[in-house]
Each structure stands twice: as structure tokens, then as C-alpha cells.
Design a protein around this ligand. Structure first.
Ligand code: SF4
Length: 420
């Protein structure tokens, strides 16, 4: 019996389409055959996918991978077949707050419109009480997660952030703290000393932050891993191998993390596939060694207000590029459970379409995002109902989740309101 014959049928239109494609002479038949046989696509095959203009075929393939992944994950978790079939139609969203405590940054990433030098107009650093007020307000509005990232500010190091997280947990004990890119962790490590004046290791940095209340890590700072693009756009930033190493230390401590890719910063499409390949290998290692790993991959699109990338000849992503990034990541990252269509970056309408191209998560309400907003994003917050309407408008079912992908039937805030 071949693998193809052994495969459990999920009986969706995307599966039917994939089977037809596999048996045709279409240019993507190789991908359909491998997907049906549950074989991993190679880097070279990923490059063919990222260059194709067969956008509908690519979307069907990615949608089939999304459906089958949801089905298999549900079965693996012990749910019955009818629940697994339901999961194929579900898209995650959450109620979250983005907290960017400081925009002062010693970094110099050419694509960044958020960072300010200390005395520059618009530079800010939140006091801890000010940050706490925002978290408390967001909690009252139902937020289950606070997502904290900021600039590389020598006045906001592990002491400031340790105090901030402790204060958050004191005021709102059950909120999930997802915080710090690998770039920030590396920055903290450069300055952190123990009582004997010795430099702390990355492990010790994580131990201190976890003791303060850190629950998971977001996926920023990855940008594009290609050395050439990094040298051009963000030469001071940690390289791919250190970025991966820091995430794997987090995984070894039991933390879940995410991974991003910032496209539209002058990279070739093949460099995006190389980025995916690095993440796939890292995830293989983490899953084999630790009981943790990456939860979600988030393909981001650069925005250009406040930077000079367009004047320098960088080509912005097209709608095709954005959808291909979603679809190819869904197909290539066979060891990632979730692909996020981050509506702030894609715009609401494109994010909704991305749900038919392999994405299974729309991110959340966000409330007060500043980083992409500084570069020209039009909105920094979405109402819960708008998120739900976007998902239902794509003929899918909206499921609110917590940060680690447990469904929330009714958030505590809503329960409190319902009881009043
Ligand atoms: S992307 Fe991050 S590290 Fe780079 S300049 Fe902006 S805030 Fe600083």
C-alpha cells in the first residue's frame, strides 16, 4: 500500500483539487504529489512555488495543508473525527494588547520607522505605572495576552523589564506575558551582570525573566535571515544562527516562541524560501530535543512611510507576493502548527483572503500597536466583532484562543459581563 493510499481522506474540495493536480501535467503537480504523500518539499521545490504565477493552484494546495494539519492535530490531541472535521473550518484570533514600552533604540535598521534616538522628537519611554495602566485597562476589555516589544534602550534593560513583568503579574496575574524578540534578549545580555560583576548567560537572562513572569516569546527580529540582505538593511542585528540559538534556549526552558519574516526589504524570493528552510530545521531540532518549539510563523510585509527604502529602489511586495508568502510558508513549514495572517501588516482585506491561502490565525484586537503604525499601517486596533466578521466572511468559524492555542469559549471579561 502506498502512502497515498494509506492517507486518511478529509474529503474537502481542496483535497479533491490537490488529487486532480497531482494527476495532471500542471506545473505544480510535483507539489501536489508530495503534499498528498506527506513528503517534505525541498528548498529547490519551495523556490519553484515562490516563483509560480499559478496563484489559485498554490492557494488550493496551501488550503489543503491547513485543513489537513488542523484535522491531524485534533486527532493527535484525542478529539473525535467530527471535532477534527470542525477544526478544519476554524480560524484563531485573540484579545491582546501590544505594549511597546520605549521607542528609544541604539539600533539602525533601515526599514524601521518606529525607533528614535534619545533626544529626538517623539522619543518616549513609559514609566512602569503608565504601562501597568494600559495592561489593566486592556484586561478590563477582555485581553488575555500582553505582547511586549520595544527599542534597544540602554535605560530599559533586564531590571526595568523584570520589574515591569512582575508588576503586570501582580496587577493582572492571569494575563499571558509574551515578550522580547531574540534581538532584545541579546541586548539585555550584553549589559546584564550578576552580583559578582560577571556577565549573565542567555540561560540566566531567561531564568530571571521567567521568574519575573515571562510566559512566551514573540518572533520578531528575524527580518530576512540572508546575510547579504542583513548587511544592507540591518548590519548591527544579530545573525540567523544567534537568532535561532536564542529561540532554542527559550525552547529548552519550556517557553513557546513564534517566528517572523519581514519581506519587501530588498530580498530575492529565494531568500524567503531560505529563511523558511532555516526555521524548519530549527523547529525539527527543538521538537526533537525539547518539549517546546515555535508555535506560529508570521510572514510580515514591510511598510515604507518614514524610511527611504522605496527611494533606494526596493520593490514593495505585490498582493501576489503577500499571498504567495502565506501559501509557501504553509506548505514548506510542515512542522509549524500555525500560520498567521497579521492583519496590521497585510491590511484587513488581504488578511481575510490569506485565510484561503493557508493562514489559520488572524492575530488579535492588538489595541495600540505602534511599530507598523509608525511605518504607515492605517489601523492599530480592531474590534472583536470586526475580527469575527472577517473570519466568518471567509466562510470559516472564528475561535478565540489564548496565547498557546487553547480555545476560549467565553473570556473572563465576557463571563463577568454576562453575570452582571
Ligand atoms: S527594528 Fe528594532 S532594533 Fe531595529 S531600529 Fe527598529 S526598534 Fe531598533
Amino acid at each position: 500500500m502506498t502512502l497515498l493510499e494509506k492517507r486518511t481522506k478529509i474529503n474537502t474540495n481542496s483535497e479533491l483539487f490537490t488529487e486532480e493536480l497531482a494527476n495532471s501535467s500542471h506545473e505544480l503537480n510535483f507539489a501536489a504529489q508530495k503534499i498528498l504523500n506527506q513528503e517534505r518539499l525541498s528548498y529547490e521545490e519551495g523556490c519553484k512555488l515562490i516563483r509560480t504565477q499559478e496563484i489559485f493552484a498554490l492557494g488550493h494546495l496551501a488550503n489543503y495543508v491547513r485543513e489537513r494539519k488542523a484535522y491531524e492535530l485534533a486527532i493527535k490531541k484525542g478529539f473525535d473525527i467530527s471535532t477534527a472535521q470542525k477544526r478544519m473550518k476554524q480560524v484563531w484570533w485573540n484579545t491582546n494588547l501590544h505594549l511597546n514600552p520605549t521607542n528609544i533604540c541604539i539600533g539602525s535598521c533601515d526599514f524601521c520607522s518606529f525607533a528614535r534616538k534619545p533626544n529626538q522628537e517623539g522619543a518616549y519611554t513609559m514609566s512602569i505605572p503608565e504601562a501597568i495602566d494600559r495592561v489593566v485597562l486592556a484586561r478590563a476589555e477582555g485581553a488575555t495576552e500582553v505582547h511586549i516589544v520595544g527599542g534597544l534602550n540602554p535605560k530599559c534593560l533586564i531590571e526595568y523589564y523584570g520589574d515591569l513583568i512582575k508588576a503586570i503579574k501582580q496587577e493582572v496575574p492571569d494575563i499571558h506575558v509574551k515578550a522580547f524578540t531574540a534581538v532584545e534578549i541579546d541586548f539585555f545580555q550584553q549589559f546584564a551582570r550578576n552580583n559578582n560583576g560577571q556577565k549573565l548567560t542567555y540561560e540566566e537572562i531567561f531564568d530571571a525573566l521567567i521568574a519575573a513572569g515571562l510566559d512566551s516569546m514573540p518572533g520578531g527580529g528575524a527580518e530576512i535571515f540572508s546575510r547579504q540582505v542583513r548587511d544592507e538593511m540591518c548590519p548591527d542585528k544579530i545573525d540567523a544562527s544567534l537568532w535561532v540559538q536564542i529561540h532554542q534556549i527559550a525552547h529548552s526552558k519550556g517557553l513557546k516562541t513564534n517566528a517572523t519574516m519581514l519581506a519587501g526589504i530588498g530580498e530575492e524570493p529565494e531568500e524567503r524560501v531560505e529563511h523558511l528552510d532555516i526555521l524548519r530545521k530549527a523547529q525539527d531540532e527543538s521538537l526533537a530535543k525539547f518539549n517546546s518549539g515555535f508555535q506560529t510563523f508570521i510572514p510580515l510585509s514591510c511598510h515604507y512611510e518614514g524610511n527611504d527604502l522605496l527611494e533606494r529602489g526596493v520593490k514593495p511586495l505585490t498582493g501576489f507576493d503577500q499571498l504567495k508568502n502565506i501559501a509557501v510558508s504553509r506548505i514548506m513549514l510542515d512542522n509549524f502548527d500555525n500560520i498567521k495572517a497579521y492583519w496590521i501588516q497585510l491590511g484587513e482585506k488581504m488578511a481575510q483572503i490569506a485565510l484561503s491561502f493557508g493562514a489559520n490565525d488572524l492575530d488579535g484586537t492588538v489595541k495600540a500597536e505602534r511599530i507598523t503604525f509608525a511605518a504607515g499601517a492605517r489601523k492599530r486596533s480592531l474590534a472583536e466583532n470586526t475580527l469575527i466578521d472577517l473570519i466568518e466572511g471567509a466562510s470559516l468559524e472564528a475561535i478565540e484562543r489564548d496565547t498557546i492555542y487553547n480555545p476560549i469559549e467565553l473570556s473572563k471579561h465576557k463571563i463577568a459581563n454576562a453575570n452582571n
